[in-house]
Design a protein around this ligand. Structure first.
Ligand SMILES: Nc1nc2c(ncn2[C@@H]2O[C@H](COP(=O)(O)OP(=O)(O)OP(=O)(O)O)[C@@H](O)[C@H]2O)c(=O)[nH]1
Length: 347
């Protein structure tokens, strides 16, 4: 029997300045099913205001001060997480079941996952949880134009929560949805209802946090209509998404080597990889899930949905187009794999 305690998830709430992160966090902490959470708040600047705004709901919130979790205070984040774990172990604080981290509006949440998985202590107790990103509907387009980090925040999201929809009309909202479609078509999307959502559902859309049913695995990849073709955008550094389709089974080792090489070379520009794959010799679908340099251990789904055994792999990249990735994978598979290569093409 395996009696190793389960790894505790670290969920992240990010989103640009003023997008509604604290508003959502307050609602999360007020929900009954989220009582046993430890909260970390990363503030930028001398005075941590959000901490005070949270008031009595989260009196024990730990404030990470004066820097961004993604860059200057990654060490401070590791220390704070270690401290929380040791206080929990010594019984000084209640045995929380999860950690919720609110980042600054200027942080790229991508590196948080690797802060956890690369740390020799943290990785035995914690695992990256779900990334929830707030999108301020009123300012989405301007923020995107002016602040590259806005795209990075949208790209890493498992769930996108669109706030301030009450301040725009339907056609403006449709423009925001289209914009999100070009960057992260695969993320689950919520609007104002996110505030009333049971928090375990809000944070549930990550494959390593629950066992997916076959239909959940497919819907995790997002609806087809959200696919955009990368080639309709030609800005060098634009964030875009594309979906690779595979006809035929995949040589897992070969794909793994190619992916490692890709991340090694272009990791900071591969913002997100997620897929459901038909791996050679494996009857069950394999879920692949990565954020920037961090690829999570693959998970299995029990069985395929009916006869649909097509593999799909979604990429969200900055300045790397779909043709380049597809050609590179096709060529690598043909040259390296001893098995027949699947036909790989992008939607
Ligand atoms: N009208 C409207 N206002 C909202 C909504 N969500 C948040 N706000 C308001 O927007 C302001 C900023 O919300 P916060 O939750 O503090 O945003 P934040 O992302 O934590 O802000 P920073 O920590 O400064 O980056 C507050 O005045 C909120 O009441 C919304 O859906 N509609």
């Amino acid at each position: 029997m395996n009696d190793t305690p389960p790894l505790l998830p670290v969920h992240v709430i990010s989103g640009f300045l003023g997008s509604g992160k604290t508003t959502l966090l307050k609602s999360v902490l007020a929900s009954e099913d989220f009582g046993d959470s430890a909260v970390l708040i990363n503030e930028f600047g001398e005075v941590g205001l959000d901490n005070r705004l949270l008031g009595s709901i989260a009196e024990d919130a730990v404030l990470l001060s004066n820097g961004c979790v993604c860059c200057t205070i990654r060490g401070e984040l590791s220390d704070a997480l270690r401290r929380l774990l040791s206080q929990r172990q010594e019984g000084l604080i209640p045995a929380f079941k999860r950690i919720v981290l609110e980042t600054t509006g200027l942080a790229d949440p991508g590196p948080i996952a690797s802060t956890i998985t690369a740390d020799p202590v943290l990785r035995h107790h914690l695992r990256p949880g779900t990334n929830v990103t707030l999108v301020d509907a009123l300012n989405a387009s301007t923020s995107r134009e002016q602040f590259p980090v806005w795209e990075a925040q949208v790209a890493v999201a498992d769930t996108l929560v669109i706030s301030k929809t009450d301040l725009i009309n339907e056609s403006e909202l449709s423009d925001v949805q289209d914009l999100l479609d070009t960057i992260n078509p695969a993320a689950r999307r919520l609007g104002a209802e996110a505030l009333g959502q049971p928090s375990d559902l809000l944070f549930a859309s990550s494959p390593h946090l629950q066992s997916f049913t076959p239909s959940e695995a497919k819907s995790w990849l997002g609806p087809w209509r959200r696919v955009t073709t990368a080639d309709s955008h030609d800005h060098l550094n634009e964030v875009r998404s594309f979906r690779l389709n595979f006809e035929g089974e995949i040589d897992w080792t070969c794909l793994g080597i190619w992916l490692s090489m890709l991340l090694n070379r272009h990791g900071s520009n591969i913002l997100r990889v997620k897929g459901v794959l038909h791996v050679m010799g494996d009857n069950r679908p394999v879920i692949l899930h990565g954020v920037q340099h961090t690829i999570h251990p693959p998970e299995h789904v029990e069985h395929w949905l009916e006869d649909d055994r097509c593999s799909e792999l979604i990429f969200i990249t900055r300045g790397i187009n779909a043709d380049r990735v597809t050609d590179s994978l096709n060529a690598f598979m043909r040259q390296v794999s001893d098995h027949p290569s699947p036909r790989i093409f992008h939607a």
